[in-house]
Design a protein around this ligand. Structure first.
Ligand code: PBG
Length: 332
């Protein structure tokens, strides 16, 4: 019988050792950014019901959480604030003693080496829950920009290492960059939520951060999930305006966008593995329907394979624990 011609891909899969040698993508604990919700009210941590394992932390307790993150070797956190006072323009977002500013000071004092990223948005701080100021039924772009710049400056003053504006107003990177520079914070990078879709996957976050809009939706400023060319235009604008990192959000349903933005931008790209993506895995795992460890590590790996340099994820602490166990057990 003549030998048939075909490729033998299985040669490179035959042993754990060879599989390791040819593995193209690896997760690393340095890739992770862990989100922390800090709240002004109350003195005890509260679990977010739609996000098991995720808590809102009062300032008096938050260092417990931070200590665990530091001990695991996760290099950075992003802070989301829950203020007591809300008003039409989100004044508590740019107050020098606002919740994010105070949390930043406490965390940086205890752990100066940890990178603290401040989420810069107004929706948790406005009484209408939108990410900018309101005129009639509209979200008014340009007047919102000054407030965002003021917020970013007060966060940088409190010691935030990176500013992460998530509001999706046009020109937000330009105005924030200029504001930071003029206030003497030229060295503080901007990690822009450049490609942020109007996604149903943010539901649990809105429970966690009390940030649901009281009227309408976010579709006039967040992107239509159907669009990819527009994602490239958004990313290009933010690069032109001085963004140092780009974020694509959500992650899992947008892996194609992560790849495209990474390929054309040439700057560090962050995948935001959002609350709804976390909640779905948690719900299935709690029912015993999936293997949580395997599913989480596979989906985080898929974000890196798609081109993410960094992953902002509520799974970060678990993922790092599992990665350490795998190394000890020699799993592959
Ligand atoms: C606020 C903000 C949101 C998220 C991060 N920052 C919610 C929203 O835009 O409605 C969502 C994060 C998540 O779902 O994990 N602008």
């Amino acid at each position: 019988m003549t030998k048939m011609e075909f490729d033998r891909h299985r040669r490179l899969r035959q042993s754990a050792s060879i599989r390791k040698m040819v593995r193209e993508t690896k997760l690393d604990q340095d890739d992770f950014i862990y989100p922390i919700f800090v709240k002004e009210a109350g003195s005890e941590k509260t679990e977010v019901s739609s996000m098991p394992g995720v808590y809102q932390w009062p300032l008096t307790e938050v260092l417990q959480e931070v200590e665990e993150i530091v001990n695991l070797g996760i290099p950075s956190v992003i802070l989301f604030g829950l203020p007591i006072e809300k008003d039409a323009v989100g004044s508590s977002a740019f107050h020098d003693h606002g919740i994010v500013q105070e949390a930043t000071r406490i965390i940086k004092e205890a752990y100066p080496e940890l990178t603290v990223i401040a989420d810069t948005c107004l929706c948790q701080f406005t009484d209408h829950g939108h990410c900018g100021v309101i005129k009639g039924n509209d979200i008014d772009n340009d007047p919102s920009l000054q407030i965002l710049a003021q917020t970013a400056i007060s966060q940088a003053k409190a010691g935030a290492d990176i500013i992460a504006p998530s509001n999706m107003m046009d020109g937000f990177v330009a105005v924030i960059r200029q504001g930071l520079d003029e206030a003497g914070f030229e060295h503080v990078p901007v990690m822009a939520y450049s490609v942020k879709y109007a996604s149903a996957f943010y539901g649990p976050f809105r429970d966690a951060a009390h940030g649901a809009p009281s009227f309408g939706d976010r579709k006039t400023y967040q992107m239509d999930p159907a669009n990819r060319e527009e994602a490239l235009r958004e990313a290009q604008s933010d690069l032109n305006e001085g963004a140092d990192f780009l974020i694509v959000k959500p992650a899992l349903s947008y892996l194609d966008i992560i790849r495209e933005v990474k390929d054309f931008s040439g700057v560090p790209l962050v995948a935001y593995n959002v609350s709804g993506e976390y909640a779905m895995v948690k719900a299935a795992a709690l029912n015993g329907w999936i293997n949580e460890r395997e599913v989480v590590l596979e989906k985080l790996l898929s974000m890196k394979r798609a081109g993410a340099d960094l992953i902002l994820t509520y799974h970060a602490k678990d993922a790092v624990k599992w990665m350490k166990q795998s190394i000890e057990k020699g799993d592959q």
